[in-house]
Ligand binder design. Structure first.
Ligand code: NAD
Length: 290
């Protein structure tokens, strides 16, 4: 396939490189980052998008997605698919989808989980919104960049799935960390805490697969001085997206709101920026009840 790839940052560069390695013809553009091996460098986003079967975007936020879409939609060939893999507002995805439909283009929102390791290893999970025809076009590309693509319904539903998942993740990570800090103060050994909770009703991905306590459970960023992994500021971004969506949809999400507020404090007023989101545990360790 002929592919345009716009946004060659931490995630986009390895994803584009994997597509090129698999034999696709990839033209890349980024405002700042260099092109990875095998990807030919375009001078502008419009140049990268011209004449392609699929144009993939992997950008920081919805405002940038909209401005890039305004630049590339008019030059994309009729019937081509815009595949946005960024994490953005549900409303931004649906707005770009409507613009694509009006211009005879396909659109998929396909945010990912799996992080930089998953992007490099081609093991991402894609949560996909959009119509069946566009999903069929993109499926061979999902197979190269990832291990699983779940079609969640019409445009915007991929973003909906992503932010709901990460709202659960943020809340359970905080709950797991505060429970460890309480267990410490009650004199409960961390290994015993893990052995009980990971096989009892408090288990979760945060405890079982990504344990925030160093030296306990499987290897995780806690064992590497809380180097990300998944940085706290990225968790904050996703929690804010879930709160914006909850407000727009009039949904009551008190735990999500509390998690967003706590990660905002951690990232903006404390030492959370650049640390893994599981570094909530050392944060709680240092604090008392009030
Ligand atoms: P990044 O900041 O490393 O990459 C974004 C790239 O977009 C940068 O290289 C930047 O120069 C480029 N860019 C910005 N504006 C542009 C424009 N107008 N035209 C062309 N290029 C432009 O971010 P990332 O970590 O690669 O994340 C990308 C997206 O993936 C985000 O939406 C993020 O939330 C999501 N995501 C990231 C992770 C992760 O672990 N990093 C995991 C899941 C999802």
């Amino acid at each position: 396939m002929k592919i345009g790839f716009i946004g060659l940052g931490n995630m986009g560069a390895p994803m584009a490189a994997n597509l090129a390695k698999a034999g696709h013809e990839v033209s890349g553009f980024d405002l700042a980052a260099p092109c990875p091996d095998g990807v030919s460098k375009a001078a502008t986003a419009a140049e990268a998008a011209t004449g392609q079967d699929v144009v993939i975007t992997m950008l920081p936020n919805g405002a940038i997605l909209k401005s890039v879409a305004a630049e590339i939609l008019p030059v994309m060939q009729s019937g081509a698919v815009l595949l946005d893999c960024s994490t953005v507002e549900v409303d931004a995805a649906r707005a770009v989808a409507a613009d694509c439909a009006a211009m005879g283009l396909g659109f998929l929102d396909a945010p990912v989980s799996g992080g930089v390791g998953g992007a490099a290893g081609g093991t991402l999970t894609f949560m996909v919104g959009g119509d069946d025809a566009a999903f069929a076009t993109a499926t061979p590309l999902f197979d190269i960049m990832g291990q699983k693509a779940v079609h969640c319904g019409p445009a915007g539903n991929g973003q909906a799935a992503k932010i709901c998942n990460n709202m659960i993740l943020g809340v359970t990570m905080i709950a797991t960390c505060e429970a460890f800090a309480l267990a410490d103060k009650l004199g409960l050994d961390r290994q015993a805490m893990f052995d009980v909770v990971s096989t009892s009703s408090g288990y979760s991905w945060s405890m079982n697969a990504y344990c925030p306590a160093p030296g306990v459970g499987p290897s995780s960023p806690a064992d590497n001085n809380y180097q990300p992994g998944f940085a706290s500021e990225l968790m904050l971004k996703d929690l804010r997206l879930s709160q914006a969506a909850a407000e727009a949809a009039d949904a009551d999400t008190p735990m999500g709101a509390a998690a967003a507020a706590l990660y905002a404090t951690f990232v903006e007023d404390e030492d959370g920026k650049g640390r893994d989101f599981s570094a909530m545990l050392p944060r709680f360790e240092k604090r008392g009840h009030s």
